[in-house]
Design a protein around this ligand. Structure first.
Ligand code: PMT
Length: 400
């Protein structure tokens, strides 16, 4: 929900400054107006010109600069922000803010703002673990700043540990969530995504083209709207969405077991996964050898997880997807009724820019009461939010 919002991106000095450039790109792409404030040390790593070019706004560096002060003083900069992001935030910057010190433009602006502040620490792992640093971080959290957990991995100083700046996509998602209305707060959402793999032998499997993008977008949007989200995911190359718990599975049977385990504790289930309807009747213990010219693979039916949920459901809102290549509405309506759903997302996967392994989708929502809503072609993130608008209403109605 960063569109048309004013974001101040505060950048302090560290090797991770280059990642703030990518974060800036994501923010502007989402339609936010971004003003960048850089500390003196940050400018040693990346020049202000880079940030200026990408933001389209002058970069602010000096506390006492007549031109900058006249145009946009540090107080008005702080005042006009809808959100303040500090990324990367060094131990020094965090220490200053925690102790009420404001001795440069960045620390002054962040202390003067009334906007929500997202602090994204990045530092050497020993510094991160230092009890003095931890005290400062705790102070910020207690004062209402949202502090992100650093990533673990190889640090620029050669150490392996916790202290890396999280990937820009994750920081972006955390920022977006801070400005998103929490209409799913208290709602436990179970989402499935991706394909399943049905093994033929230890090195081969049957699968489909699902990338997981649709289901991951739903999970990320639900988490941003305050839901507690479990994502049961078939194999994908996607990053775990911010604030989502992922349960990785491979086969339809594994997906069924994971879904059934969470079902009773869920308020809403959204099944975007492309589950294989059939699996090889026999799995070779070893690699199947090339012998005859022809080979026949016998298949047996997989459990229909969604149908099973339909028979078990109590008060849950149950949402399915229908991937169709012909007679979209006929087949989707049949699935809606047969599987006992509250709503189905009818997905014409033959349409340009829709369905498997693309960033956009073209869908219609069909409801149990016969209502239909047709959406234009849009990004899967937008489809996810439109879907969740409906889900939030269905969930509220069931609670009353
Ligand atoms: O992952 P992407 O690349 O982003 O692509 C998105 C998508 C095309 C996979 C997605 O938008 C979509 O349409 N998902 C449903 C795919 C599908 O399996 O449709 P279906 O019509 O075969 O199944 C109907 C519903 O029953 C689905 O909710 C499915 O999860 C569920 N099902 C199907 C078979 C089965 N054995 N168990 C199930 O639970």
């Amino acid at each position: 929900m960063l569109e048309n919002k004013t974001v101040i991106l505060g950048v302090s000095g560290g090797i991770a400054v280059y990642k703030a450039v990518e974060l800036l790109r994501l923010l502007t792409k989402a339609g936010a107006t971004v003003h960048v404030v850089m500390s003196k040390n940050a400018q040693e790593f990346v020049t202000p010109l880079t940030f200026q070019t990408l933001s389209g706004n002058p970069v602010h560096t000096e506390l006492f600069n007549l031109y900058q002060e006249q145009e946009i003083g540090h107080i008005s900069l702080a005042d006009r922000a809808d959100l303040f992001i500090l990324a990367p935030a060094t131990a020094n910057l965090i220490g200053k803010i925690a102790n009420g010190l404001a001795d440069d433009l960045l620390s002054t602006s962040v202390m003067a703002t009334k906007a929500p502040v997202l602090v994204v620490p990045a530092m050497n792992s020993n510094m991160y673990e230092n009890p003095l640093y931890q005290q400062n971080e705790k102070k910020l959290a207690e004062a209402g700043y949202q502090v992100m957990e650093p990533a673990t991995g190889e640090l620029a100083c050669g150490w392996l540990g916790k202290g890396k700046l999280p990937e820009p996509e994750l920081i972006f998602a955390a920022a977006d969530a801070m400005l998103t209305a929490k209409d799913l707060s208290g709602c436990r959402v179970l989402v499935t995504a991706g394909p399943t793999r049905e093994e033929l032998d230890p090195i081969r499997y049957l699968t489909n083209y699902s990338s997981g993008k649709m289901g991951y977008a739903v999970a990320a949007a639900a988490a941003a709207r305050g839901a507690s989200v479990t994502l049961v995911s078939g194999p994908t190359s996607l990053q775990t969405p911010y604030g989502v718990e992922v349960v990785p599975v491979r086969s339809a049977e594994q997906m069924r077991a994971a879904v059934l385990e969470c079902f009773a504790e869920s308020d809403v289930v959204i099944k975007a996964a492309a589950v294989a309807d059939y699996r090889p009747a026999r799995r070779g213990e070893n690699k199947i050898k090339k012998t005859a010219d022809e080979m026949t693979i016998e298949l047996e039916k997989n459990p229909d997880i969604l149908s099973e949920l339909g028979t078990r459901k109590q008060e849950q809102v149950l949402v399915g997807f229908a991937a169709e290549t012909e007679s979209l509405l006929v087949h989707a309506t049949e699935k809606l009724q047969k599987k006992g759903l509250d709503m189905i997302v009818a997905n014409d996967v033959t349409a340009e820019g829709a369905g498997f392994d693309v960033d956009t989708n073209l869908v219609r929502f069909l409801f149990a009461d016969g209502k239909v809503e047709e959406l234009d072609l849009m990004r899967k993130e937008q489809v996810a939010n439109r879907l969740l608008d409906q889900v939030a209403e269905l969930w509220q109605a069931k609670r009353q």
